[in-house]
Write a protein that binds this ligand. Sequence first.
Ligand code: GLA
Length: 383
Amino acid sequence: MSALEALRRARAPGRVNLIGEHTDYNGLPVLPMALDRDVVLTYRARADGRVLVRNVDPRFEPVSFELEETIRPEPAGAWGNYPRAAAQALRSEVGPLRGLEGEVRSTVPVAAGLSSSSALVVATALALLELNQATVPTGRLMALLAAGERYVGVEGGGMDQAISLGGVAGHAIRIDFRPTLLRTPVPVPPEWRFVVAPSGIEAAKAAGAREAYNTRVRECRAALTRFADANLDGQVPEDYAALLALMPAAWALELAADTLDGDLLRRFHHVVSEGDRVRQAEMALRQGDPERFGRLMNASHASLRDDYAVSVGELDAMVEIALGHGAVGARLTGAGFGGAIVALARADRAGEVVEGLAREYYVPRGMTPAAFIAVPGPGARVE
Ligand code: GLA
């Protein structure tokens, strides 16, 4: 390390997804907002190609690796795979790179379904780009890091990296993935409050939820193939977006009800109906209609619980508590299997939702109340 190298900071926000869950890897839109909570990587350049990163959180071991052509992963589940994922993606895209040493701290709750891991990927990538004076166009970087993060063994979609890089203060962003990645910022009305409440059940993408998540990805694919065999002469559309370019959602759902069954029918039903809810929710947001937005959130939660089977009892209980204390809608957010809920309330009721969750969820379980009001923040940057 040269003492002459100045310290820089790469900041990347976590996100809360308002609606559009498990749609991204199916080609259908999502509606997240970036949080005003970041993963911050304070770093300086190294003359060689080594990356050395420590985390101020003592639960995470220091990470050290060479920026080789092929960067070998640590065992599945290790946090060190996230900086490695960013490094591998950029090494393949831009060629040899100088390394860095740095320190990570996070104000994004970890393993809470708020994408602290993708924020770490994004922060590492921005730091490596900056110190190597390399650039990758933003849209390309979003897709590159989304694909790159599959390095950790989760067949994730593109939402988390896109919103962390592309957040806009005061706005939710509708993200479309087809035909190309497209971001449409939508202002959040000043009197709307999104309350985010981590359940304390870890939803680490890198841990137990990994297999369950990947199973859903495979089931969606299988449902689409079965649907095409029965209804499209076996011509399998590339994804659900391609299917819905051929027929309206209501028609697809009717055909599916006649030709699919069991889990595949339920997965298909969730994906197609959730894609539709994103469009309706965006309209409700634009029209400043929180009740309508809230009803869509409730429908999303029911679909994730009953058809997609990714909720857990704690999340269901938190949703009920939020609704019982003045929220107009509430749902699990993120991949599920734990993680957090998001609830919508008018400004004058949001405090009651936060307090209701404290009294009826956190305190009885001996937990520190952790619900907070999410402020839509800006995207990632180096400063
Ligand atoms: C995780 C993935 C995202 C998305 C959500 C579910 O956060 O990383 O790509 O699939 O789950 O909506």
